[in-house]
Design a protein around this ligand. Sequence first.
Ligand SMILES: [Zn+2]
Length: 432
Amino acid sequence: MHKGISRLIALLAITTAVVGCSTNPVTGKSQLNLISPAQEVAIGEKQYGPSKQSQGGEYQVDPGLSRYVDSVGQKLAKLSDRPDLPYEFVVLNNDVPNAWALPGGKIAFNRGLLVHLEDEAQLAAVLGHEIVHAAASHSAQQMSQQQLLGIGTTLAAAATRQSQYGGLIQQGLGLGSAAFQARYGRGQELEADAYGMEYMVAAGYDPQGAVELQQTFVKLSKGRQSNFLQNLFASHPPSQERVDANRKRAATMPKGKRNKAAFERAMGQLRKDAPAYELHQKAIAAANKKQFDQSLKLTEQAIRKQPKEAMFWDTKGKLLQHQKQNRDALKAFSRSIDINPNYFSPYLGRGLVYKALNQHDKSKLDFETSVAMLPTQLGTFHLGEYEVQAGNKRKAYAYYQSAARGGGKLGQLAQKRMQQLNPQPQQQRQYR
Ligand SMILES: [Zn+2]
């Protein structure tokens, strides 16, 4: 027998002994589990916070919308093959039409996807699909445990990678490029569609909603917005094959409710705010083209339409900080934090402004608050600087280590600082 193969079999035997083979609770097929159900839940819990943060944080202008999505999700989850998972459904403040499921049942829905839906049956189709990904352990099957544990780190690094030291404008604008990327296989997508439809029908919804949902996805992926949508289609590639499969399945299922009125009632605020979010998207596009004055003008227009959107104030703060208008930037970031104290980004921005204004205690505190929510490269680097000044070499080293993982110029600078702190981090040890 080939040595490599026998080693692999031995390794698999050990892993199987530890975790074991089991029957997939959704499909009934037998599968090899590299991760136990308890580990799955633990991994999901651990990644939930940073995953939400890196994707815009929770949508807070209308908390009733999240409660509505959660109530529909919980109804479906109870009818799923793993009703015991600690399910949670949340709406994220993100323009990209996307939804994702973490192992263990934490499921997020971007407001950018909600606006493309027409009724509760279509919403149930997305939720049912994501519940299957979680319940059938799809991401746990796709990835090794090491990869799963690394999701948060990768997200933080990718969300904050930037070209220039101290540049805030590059990192927060255009958020959404670092989506939770569980790349499911074609078989898993079809499986999630099929069993997701079973769940929605069990809850009394019209399975036609799942057909229309796939049609919407196919249309969006062909449309002009496709660059903007690459995230969604990387993790759940739409296809005519999936539309056809859903249509065939729906024809064999009972018709059910659509709940269009309830859906539109829940969506009222978000529909009303569509022009404000559109202005904000234009502002970001302008900033990406380095048209900062235009970007600021558009951001202020968005704020006038919806002054309760903390993200608009955060963008305003970043643009003002970029133009070195520190006093006004400070006000904008503080306003953002007053409206929504649970999002890392304005603390990071305000930390930089306080630093520029030599208010170092306040700066450090803001960086710490921000990094506790999402350990960004920018935040950890500056905390490293503060800990060096305070003489806390070990703390500083750990912060720089985190910053170095983000790569780029700031990552290289963090590496250099680590070497200065500890010229021989790995002493040459000889094996005897
Ligand atoms: Zn999927």
